[in-house]
Design a protein around this ligand. Structure first.
Ligand code: PGA
Length: 241
């Protein structure tokens, strides 16, 4: 089976890089690689107008209501997004998102036709204490249990993002990352195991992308800092070809 690679640009709280909407922009999706960008909510409209494949960095499960500052999955879908990040570690840390809340987001996203990218990963302390697999298993299984009735390989993407590698310049070695990706795959049901995409995030850059992306169980990348530079991002996308 062939899992199409997916390279995602997580722009976090940064403006859309200059030239993002150019005809030959590296942020445009390719026939052989899915390219998805995650701008701030303020930039979603201009990115969909530029005909990029767009996702939101977060979405609230409730359809509407008194949630100041939030956007619902349904509103995100209506705004033209295809994807949504769920449970990014920066949301878990700065907004105290629990596994249960992340599972609610994933359910709501799938229900309204968005593809959630579920982010899971251990902290440096958890890795040092030998708990990396246990943490990742807990984060994943909460979502798998809650969504088992509606889950298909094409309506969820998993992103393994070791927290200690995000924005730090430290990257998991291709061997360590592959070991965790294979473990995550082994936790999936037989129907999902071959086809579900598991992408890697954490200081992915042009220098390490090829080695990471050539691992058997690494199906793409969730790229933060390097995605703000269109040239560097283009190199990462090309590494996935
Ligand atoms: P980074 O961010 O590439 O800057 O480490 C990745 C992410 O947070 O998704």
């Amino acid at each position: 089976m062939l899992r199409k690679k997916l390279i995602a640009a997580n722009w976090k709280m940064n403006n859309a890089p200059t030239g993002f909407d150019a005809k030959d922009s590296s942020y445009r999706t390719k026939s052989d690689v899915d390219v998805v960008i995650f701008p701030t909510f303020l930039d979603i409209e201009k990115c969909t107008k530029a005909e990029l494949i767009v996702g939101a960095q977060y979405g609230r499960p409730e359809e509407k209501g008194a949630f100041t500052g939030d956007e619902s999955m349904k509103q995100i879908k209506t705004s033209g997004c295809t994807y949504v990040l769920c449970g990014h570690s920066e949301r878990r840390i700065h907004h105290s998102e629990s596994d249960a809340f992340v599972a609610e987001q994933v359910i709501a996203a799938i229900d309204c036709g968005l593809i959630p990218i579920l982010c899971i990963g251990e902290t440096a302390d958890e890795r040092e204490m030998g708990q990396a697999k246990e943490v990742v298993k807990r984060q994943l299984e909460t979502v798998l249990l809650a969504t088992s009735h509606q889950l298909q390989a094409r309506n969820l993407v998993i992103a393994y993002e070791p927290v200690w590698a995000i924005g730090t310049g430290k990257t998991a070695t291709p061997t360590d990352a592959e070991e965790m990706h294979a473990y995550i795959r082994s936790l999936l049901s037989e129907e999902l195991q071959n086809d579900m995409r598991i992408i890697y995030g954490g200081s992915m850059k042009p220098e390490n992308a090829k080695d990471l992306l050539s691992q058997k169980n690494i199906d793409g990348g969730l790229v933060g800092a390097a995605s703000l530079d269109p040239v560097a991002f283009g190199k990462i996308v090309n590494s996935a070809l």
